[in-house]
Ligand binder design. Structure first.
Ligand code: MG
Length: 171
């Protein structure tokens, strides 16, 4: 896959997130929230840039496309049982939503893992809204979306932490 294709897929990914009620600015705000205690000079623009860099990665795009597609197919009743009920109820023993999201978190190494755990537990900002929407709208399935958004924010935070410590990276 060439660079142009990757950029096209990033645009598709951003559009898909938007369709599900999540903007890249929402995710950037989570990053700022996570990192401002460590880096008081950090700006919202830098956080947004970091989110976009994370979304450039093919494995990240693939995880997002896969997870959101499963949420949407479940809403459209296009998934067979027993998986349909598991996804609809966001069964806590399912766990594949977290596993899929780890492929995003791991892009910048295990430093993202703590952030991911924190976001998953506290559910700040847009992650809380995603969860509320799932609980209030009858046919809404966001089983993958909440973990995906937390994972993008965690990876973008880890990327900032790596860069501040001046570890050379190619992205
Ligand atoms: Mg989930």
């Amino acid at each position: 896959m060439d660079k142009g294709q990757n950029t096209d897929n990033r645009a598709i990914t951003i559009k898909l997130l938007q369709q599900r009620g999540v903007s890249i600015e929402d995710i950037a705000r989570l990053v700022l929230e996570l990192q401002k205690g460590y880096y008081p000079d950090l700006t919202c623009e830098e956080c947004l840039d970091s989110v976009l860099r994370v979304l450039n990665k093919r494995e990240v795009q693939n995880a997002i496309l896969t997870g959101i597609t499963l949420d949407m197919l479940t809403e459209k009743n296009l998934i067979d049982e027993p998986l349909a009920s598991i996804l609809r109820n966001d069964d806590s023993l399912y766990g594949i939503d977290e596993i899929l999201s780890l492929s995003i978190v791991n892009v910048y190494g295990s430093i993202g893992l703590t952030n991911f755990g924190y976001l998953d537990k506290v559910k700040p900002g847009i992650i809380g809204s995603i969860n509320d929407k799932k609980n209030s709208a009858k046919n809404r399935v966001n089983t993958f979306l909440d973990d995906i958004v937390a994972a993008i924010a965690a990876a973008a935070s880890a990327r900032i932490a790596h860069r501040v410590r001046a570890v050379p990276t190619d992205d």
